[in-house]
Design a protein around this ligand. Structure first.
Ligand code: ARG
Length: 571
């Protein structure tokens, strides 16, 4: 497809001593199309050119106006304040979009990421502990980022960095030794393991000797003691069965499940490298790395007094391993903002362990807290809602709503599943990643709100329109002039922007840009639908409107799929 943004940056660069590439990043898309389709903010040049933005805008306009006389891509240019607003040729845009839709199965797919390796680490729950609503958020954000990077041609590696190591397993082993016969783990694995963990933790607080035994157990585990390793495997297997139920429900997959334990034999290299560089400092028997020169006042602990590794050490080993194994351009960590300091620290220490280009690729995709209307979710407190219950509950509610709206609907179960899951997924991905968020059933399932079901409903509506038309016309039978009204153009412009939206998602690692977009597209289609009759006597006009409907349908489905949602055909 023609890249109008590029055409514009080329025009500007001809008249100014700034690279086309840089100018490209300055160009904005105005919220209100009265201000043009693209806008160039001249104040960005004011300092360098020592001129007022408005003066720059006027001068540029005059020059470019002369140059575009033969260029039919741009209709006109206007100056508004310090902005230079570009109005592109709508007919060309419409043609471009429809041709692209008709010729590509996967609209918006690209290969701009070709040759680049992206590691996306997400989900990463802790063995023997509940999968909480925060884990749901990382799972869904990561899954969507993974899909979008892939769609843009990046070689993408999805990693579930399981929390399957650490002193808590020393505690679990001790608890099992002491009370194993009291708990039927198979019956309700996570909760039973959690109960054991809470009990041993309390005991450790009272009895220093027990705590010491727990530490010993972890040492034994680290050294490969058979009894400890077997038990640890048992805890892990039981937990994975539970986690996989959730992943299956959400249709989430990973390329690797290399969790913390995987790095236990790779810790030595971390310690040795740091030692060799003289960066390891003894501190009360433990080993730390000072980070003052990175502006971080808390040093990074890498080895405990008893020689055991900690969470951070395993992360450092993972950075070394991933650099070597995947030669990554970016390595993203979708983890809650509570761990901001942790990632600052390990990214700083990484400077001593891997090449600078890898350090630059490390990025913490930090997300906010999720709560239910009843209050904060916490693993420590007993009031944790099981994720399965939350998802099943939403599906149940979706079924009630659907039955209410359309009692005759076939396959209600299947539709309710898609709608319920769609509600959960979309709700999770519609908030800006860093912001806190509330999960509320009624809001997430509101068919008229800015929700997953609203998008699905729009999609279903396009289907019933297409069914009425009976067949989808061929592209050669579409007269573009029938699609130059404001409602149609609004849609065409949005569709045109789809790939750019996906690129923005990867630039900012922010799937909410795509969810926002899908809402905008659904709204634009609803306005078009309310404003225009589609099945009409004028077949030429009907064909154009049907083709537009077909295009919207294609993009909605593709966009939703990239968020991890599935579309029902009826609801
Ligand atoms: N297991 C941790 C948790 O549940 C998250 C792990 C994040 N990833 C990492 N590489 N540290 O809080």
């Amino acid at each position: 497809m023609k890249n109008f943004k590029q055409i514009i940056s080329k025009l500007i660069s001809k008249n100014i001593d700034i690279s086309e590439k840089e100018l490209y990043t300055y160009i904005e898309t105005p919220k209100d199309s009265k201000n043009g389709d693209y806008s160039f903010p001249c104040f960005r040049l004011a300092k360098e050119l020592k001129k007022a933005p408005q003066v720059i805008a006027n001068e540029l306009k005059e020059k470019i106006d002369n140059q575009i006389k033969e260029n039919d891509n741009i209709e006109k240019i206007e100056v508004a304040g310090g902005y230079l607003n570009f109005y592109i040729n709508k007919k060309i845009l419409a043609k471009e979009v429809l041709n692209e839709i008709s010729s590509k199965d996967e609209y918006g797919k690209s290969d701009i990421g070709k040759g680049k390796n992206i590691v996306v680490e997400y989900s990463s729950p802790n063995i023997a502990k509940p999968f909480h609503i925060g884990h749901l958020r990382t799972t869904l954000i990561g899954n969507s980022l993974y899909k979008i990077y892939k769609y843009l041609g990046y070689n993408t590696i999805g990693i579930n960095h399981l929390g399957d190591y650490g002193t808590q397993f020393g505690k679990m082993i001790e608890a099992y030794k002491m009370w194993g016969n009291e708990y039927n783990l198979e019956e309700d694995p996570i909760n039973k393991m959690m109960d054991m963990y809470v009990r041993i933790n309390n005991l450790c607080k009272e009895d220093e000797k027990v705590l010491e035994r727990c530490r010993q157990n972890f040492k034994l585990l680290e050294n490969g003691d058979k009894y400890c390793v077997d038990l640890w495997n048992k805890f892990k297997d039981l937990s994975m069965v539970e986690f996989n139920k959730i992943y299956d429900m959400l249709n989430v997959k990973f390329d690797s499940y290399n969790g913390e334990a995987f790095y236990s034999d790779k810790i030595d290299e971390v310690i040795k490298t740091l030692e060799k560089k003289g960066k390891l400092i003894e501190s009360e028997g433990a080993k730390i790395v000072d980070l003052e020169n990175f502006g971080i006042s808390t040093p990074c602990l890498v080895q405990k007094t008893n020689g055991s590794s900690i969470y951070a050490t395993r992360d450092l080993a993972a950075i070394m391993y991933r650099a070597k194994t995947y030669n990554f351009d970016k390595c993203l960590y979708v983890v809650a903002y509570e761990q901001n300091l942790h990632f600052k620290q390990i990214f700083a220490v990484a400077n001593y362990l891997v090449d600078k280009k890898y350090v630059q690729g490390l990025e913490h995709v930090s997300y906010g807290m999720v709560s239910l209307p009843t209050g904060k979710m916490s693993t420590r407190l007993g009031n944790v809602v099981k994720i399965e219950d939350l998802i099943n509950g939403t599906i149940e509610k979706a079924k009630e709503i659907i039955t209410d709206k359309n009692a005759q609907l076939e396959n209600k179960e299947e539709v309710a599943k898609k709608v319920g899951l769609g509600a959960v997924i979309f709700n999770t991905l519609s908030t800006t990643t860093i912001k806190d968020q509330i999960f509320d059933w009624d809001t997430a399932l509101n068919f008229q709100g800015e929700t997953g079901p609203y998008i699905q409903y729009t999609y279903v509506r396009t289907k019933s329109v297409l069914e009425k038309a009976q067949n989808i016309p061929e592209i050669k039978d579409i007269k573009i002039d029938n699609l130059l009204d404001d409602y149609s153009l609004e849609i065409l412009k949005l569709i045109y922007n789809f790939e750019d939206i996906l690129i923005q998602v990867t630039d900012k690692n922010e799937p909410s840009i795509l969810s926002r977009y899908l809402i905008d597209l659904s709204k634009a289609y609803s306005s078009f639908y309310n404003e225009n009759k589609i099945i009409i006597d004028d077949k030429e006009l009907q064909n154009a409107r049907i083709y537009l409907t077909y295009s919207v349908r294609k993009v909605l489905k593709q966009g939703a799929e990239l968020l991890g949602m599935q579309m029902p055909e009826k609801m």
